[in-house]
Ligand binder design. Structure first.
Ligand SMILES: Nc1ncnc2c1ncn2[C@@H]1O[C@H](COP(=O)(O)OP(=O)(O)O)[C@@H](O)[C@H]1O
Ligand code: SF4
Ligand SMILES: [Mg+2]
Length: 367
């Protein structure tokens, strides 16, 4: 995996993506994707104009506290949103055939050819996504039978190969296991096997390691990193910037339904410009920054606003140490492009020095 920092010049006020890479390796592009809940006077926008690109061989990450709209963005791509929600904007997928389709306007009948075949999805809690009444072998085989028309026996052989690929020992015997007979880590591996069975070009992983302990988490991340082979693209979703740092190439930071900052993983970790990102970086536990005994790890004061009580102006202003009264509580910040090809949604980002976030947090400063 490579992180690339483009050399785009500063374009104050620009609202487009400052990406200079070739479009050829783009597999999926979200263009101002919004998710709306309800209709009429009670309608609320829960995801607000998210634009991002997933490229072959690259891991794009969405990070933000719980409730920021990460899962709804992922579910919108898969067309798995609840019926009370609808989307606007576009989800442009370049299919294996080379044809481009807008997933958000595809007829339902065509969705089976997208899910599993073009895009595989791994959810946070495998127990709720796996069928508790079928063996893991049956659930993986089903992918080959439905999408590839394989016979039960051939599909079973392929299912065994998949278990080997995701690192499950004694694969043949495990085919007969029921989900509840496996550990959390093993179940997550089964989910990964189902997601990649038909070799989709994109894998969406929504908090795939959140429910796992640290050792298993590291193993699953290693397995997920291996998926980047074969030029697969990945959308990795997590509330944990520490995990994102392990896998991502490009990072989009979400807050209250909006992307507030995006850039290469290196830029986000070392030169965050948005105060919210700075807070996320400071919240990451660091081996080289041992906590004094009994000291709590930094956490951003306050919480993500409820949909019905979205603050005026900048959505982050009630929690922001840099907020300026009369400005941040009145003016809605727009996305601006930075000199290193990143994007930031903050009215004061030019005044707030692009701190060496890591050393600021190392000093325990309030950023
Ligand atoms: N089915 C639903 N009905 C109503 N609101 C929802 C539903 N699912 C999520 N939301 C709301 O949408 C917002 C974003 O949710 P979500 O995408 O799940 O956040 P994240 O994955 O970042 O934790 C939250 O405020 C959440 O309460
Ligand atoms: S616009 Fe103001 S409140 Fe919002 S992040 Fe920037 S400084 Fe903070
Ligand atoms: Mg979520």
């Amino acid at each position: 995996m490579q992180t690339e920092i483009s050399t785009g010049v500063m374009v104050p006020g620009a609202t487009h993506h400052a990406d200079t890479r070739s479009l050829d390796d783009t597999i999926l592009r979200l263009e101002k994707l919004s998710v709306h809940l309800g209709a009429g006077d009670h309608a609320r926008t829960v995801v607000d104009e998210v634009s991002l690109t997933i490229r072959a061989g690259e891991c794009t990450a969405l990070v933000g506290e719980s409730g920021s709209g990460k899962s709804l963005t992922s579910l919108a791509i898969m067309r798995l949103l609840p019926s009370s929600m609808h989307v606007s904007g576009s989800i442009v997928l370049r299919r294996q055939s080379g044809a481009q389709v807008n997933v958000s306007s595809l007829p339902r009948s065509e969705l089976t050819s997208i899910r599993g075949l073009e895009i595989g999805m791994i959810f946070q809690e495998p127990m709720t996504s796996l069928n508790p009444l079928l063996t893991v072998g049956e659930q993986i085989s089903e992918m080959f039978m439905v999408h590839r028309g394989e016979s039960r026996q051939v599909a079973k052989n392929h299912a065994e190969e998949m278990l080997v690929r995701v690192g499950i020992p004694e694969a043949r015997a495990r085919l007969a296991a029921m989900p509840h007979e496996l550990s959390g880590g093993m179940r997550q591996r089964v989910m990964i096997a189902i997601a990649i069975a038909c070799d989709p070009r994109i894998v969406i992983a929504d908090e795939p390691t959140t429910a796992l302990d640290v050792t298993i988490q590291a193993q699953i991340l290693e397995t997920l990193r291996g998926l980047q082979e074969r030029s697969r693209g990945m959308l990795f979703v997590s509330h944990d910037l520490g995990v994102i740092a392990e896998v991502a190439d490009r990072v989009h930071v979400m807050y209250a339904g909006q992307v507030v900052e995006s850039g290469s993983v290196g830029a986000i970790l070392l030169r965050a410009r948005h105060p919210y990102t700075m807070g996320l970086v400071a919240s990451v536990p660091r081996i080289d920054r041992p906590q004094p005994r009994g000291a709590a790890l930094y956490s951003i004061p306050g919480r993500v606003p409820e949909l019905a009580r979205m603050p005026a102006g900048c959505r982050f202003h009630p929690r922001c140490a840099h907020a300026r009264a009369g400005l941040c509580d009145r003016v809605v910040p727009q996305i601006e492009v930075t000199e290193d090809g990143g994007e930031v949604r903050c009215l004061r980002w030019r005044e707030i020095a692009p701190t060496d976030t890591l050393s600021a947090s190392q000093r325990g400063s309030a950023l």
